[in-house]
Ligand binder design. Structure first.
Ligand SMILES: [Zn+2]
Length: 253
């Protein structure tokens, strides 16, 4: 049995000085499986090394919506296709729409999002979805592609979560559940079918502690909170979340 971190940026520059120590800390706490999200050349190079070294680590790469520039040309997607061809990631992500931080690139974001979903469909790869203040467009687009995967760091409504799970997506929750006034995440978590529940840190980002670097080992705190919200023992939660993680990668369409 092991804990999983369904979304972390282990190749991030923020881990350059002590990546091995950080990995050792997570492995010692039995966080043995993880999705290593790579959205830059640097992160991808590190991510490839890590996923070759640790069998529980899955490689995900994608063009992040926040990285999209109004001047991006179709060549950017073609370069991405070559990366997927060459490195054969386990997943495409994170990809999606972010109208909160980058409202000025909406149209370009949609274009790249759709191209990457099409690519995931062609290669039969799961996807990892980033959605911020863009749920209507995200849903409308996802409905058009025969792909499955994970909605990462979910912060939407109970109703929207139900639509995603019906579409075949799993829903992943991060540190937002740790805040004492986190009423909505708790309500959503209670509504999620047990076979669609995933847990993540988004390390080094989204730490519940201000100015602190989030680490994959911290995922256990999120497990504890969800175990209470769902009223299931930790061991049971550990087993079912690990199964859900494996299912994302084993269920070919
Ligand atoms: Zn992320």
């Amino acid at each position: 049995m092991s804990y999983i971190d369904a979304h972390c940026h282990l190749g991030s520059r923020q881990f350059d000085d002590d990546r091995n120590e950080m990995i050792n800390r997570m492995l010692k706490k039995r966080v043995l499986k993880a999705i290593v999200i790579c959205c830059s050349k640097h992160d991808l190079e590190e991510g490839i090394l890590l996923t070759n070294q640790y069998s529980g680590f899955k490689l995900a790469c994608g063009i992040h919506p926040q990285s999209i520039d109004p001047d991006d040309t179709p060549e950017r997607f073609e370069r991405f296709r070559q990366i997927v061809d060459e490195y054969k990631p386990d997943m495409i992500g994170e990809i999606g729409l972010d109208y909160y931080s980058h409202p000025h690139t909406k149209e370009k974001q949609k274009e790249f999002f759709m191209q990457q979903l099409q690519l995931a469909a062609e290669y039969d790869l799961p996807v990892d979805i980033h959605c911020r203040k863009a749920s209507a467009d995200t849903l409308e687009i996802l409905k058009k592609y025969p792909v499955r995967g994970i909605i990462h760091s979910y912060s939407g409504s109970v109703e929207m979560a139900a639509i995603y799970t019906k579409l075949g997506y799993s829903i992943s929750f991060g540190a937002s559940v740790l805040f004492p006034n986190a009423k909505r995440p708790a309500e959503v978590i209670r509504s999620i079918p047990l076979d669609r529940l995933l847990i993540e840190t988004d390390a080094p980002y989204q730490s519940p502690v201000k100015d602190h670097r989030h680490e994959p080992e911290d995922v256990i705190n999120i497990y504890k909170a969800i175990s209470q919200i769902k009223s299931i023992p930790m061991e049971e939660l550990e087993t079912l979340v690990e199964n859900n993680f494996d299912c994302v990668f084993n269920h070919k369409q």
